[in-house]
Design a protein around this ligand. Sequence first.
Ligand SMILES: [Zn+2]
Length: 225
Amino acid sequence: MNFNGNLNSVFTLAHEMGHSLHSYHSNRARDYHYADYRIFVAEVASTTAELLLHKYLMANCKDKNVRIYLLCHLADEIRGTVYRQTMFAEYEKMIHEKAEKGIPLTADELSNSYFELNKLYHGSSVAPDDKIRMEWARIPHFYYNFYVYKYATGFSAAIQLSEELYSGNAAASARYKQFLEAGDSKDVLDIMLDAGVDFRSGKPVKSCIKLFTELVNQLEKELFS
Ligand SMILES: [Zn+2]
């Protein structure tokens, strides 16, 4: 990685270390053909490591400005990873449905749909910039079979896992080690369930939204108290 010595670099290092630990344990525990984990779980270990770093820094940092920066950093991560990628997934679903109905996918059609969805997701308190309608054209993920929603699910799982791990719960640590070792040995939803994250319920996403609310409240307190 390019390490520039700033906080972003430290978060990137934690992120990539999460991937490395995941690959290391899966390769060690599984035969070659079951070692390579799927996209659905790929960003879980990396973002869990980032969130653990965030918790550590928040617990050990007394500087008000740095705390405000850290709170903004995480709130922005949730906005970009969970909220925005869900919007991307919905857009991808919309364009597939249009294609199935035989509607020609012209640039105008794609731009107009994108613009309307953006307005819907951001609400009346955000003034829409007209140029945003072209944004779909620069997102290569739209060619990869709903790749985008895995960011949202992965991050939601990481929020629950990092909370359990940071609290020092020994059973959660053992479950997490098993998760790192699981590779592609089972259905991804069952791998996550073994780790304690039930994606067949709405709980992971709800705990993510709860954390976002807490972050905004904490930020308000740090800024105005
Ligand atoms: Zn990653």
